[in-house]
Design a binder for this molecule. Structure first.
Ligand SMILES: Nc1ncnc2c1[nH]c(=O)n2[C@H]1C[C@H](O)[C@@H](COP(=O)(O)OP(=O)(O)OP(=O)(O)O)O1
Length: 192
């Protein structure tokens, strides 16, 4: 897994590139979102988005954090709404900022993983529920950034990144494995 990560062009970002990403994000409005990956042994639960933003792509479960809830509460609520299960050991793993060319708002996605849950994964109006082997993840049907940070997540590590998109193609980005979750949460350019 580590070899895949170091092969990512974004894993070799220079400090200068990281500063550039920080400058691009600073002062921009952030939209707070969650993304929770259920990883059990050598399999990962993914859902194909059936409607709206990211329709047709496989992803973990997540969405907007609502007023009055913590980020973790938002992540657990979205998992339950979209996949019908309650994660019992969700833990923060990373933070990704996504900028789309031509849009003012930067998406601030807090990534969690969990291995234990209550209930049975059940398809919802928004997402399917499918298990994939860790060596058979459908990266060609996922967001383009996923193939770069999934190896770190599956390896038990923490990460932070900044990716700039033109529609659903990456035009630039930086990705860094961090020593711990606290460092990952200090995302490039974000003030909170
Ligand atoms: N580039 C990229 N890689 C990986 N994951 C994501 C992205 N961009 C993203 O938006 N995401 C994730 C983050 C969230 O988990 C979802 C998007 O959430 P969305 O469906 O828009 O939020 P909801 O609150 O569920 O929205 P409604 O459908 O209810 O309006 O994708």
């Amino acid at each position: 897994m580590a070899a895949v990560t170091s092969a990512s062009p974004f894993a070799r970002a220079s400090p200068k590139m990281i500063d550039a990403a920080a400058a691009a994000a600073s002062g921009r409005p952030l939209k707070l979102l969650t993304l929770l990956l259920v990883v059990q042994g050598d399999r990962v639960l993914l859902g194909m988005k059936k409607r709206g933003f990211g329709m047709g792509k496989y992803n973990g479960y997540g969405g907007k954090v609502e007023a009055g809830e913590t980020v973790l509460e938002g992540a657990l609520r979205e998992l339950h709404e979209e996949a019908g299960i309650k994660a019992t050991d969700a833990t923060p793993r990373g933070r990704m900022l996504f900028e789309f060319r031509g849009e003012e708002t930067v998406m601030d996605v807090r990534v969690f993983s969990a291995s234990a849950f209550e209930g049975e994964p059940t398809e919802s109006e928004e997402m399917t529920t499918e298990w994939f082997g860790v060596d058979k993840l459908p990266f060609d049907r996922m967001w383009a950034d996923d193939r770069h940070w999934f190896p770190i997540l599956l390896d038990g590590g923490f990460f932070r990144g900044y990716f700039e998109f033109e529609k659903d193609k990456i035009v630039d980005g930086v990705l860094e494995r961090t020593a711990d979750a606290d460092t990952a949460l200090k995302a490039f350019g974000a003030s909170k």
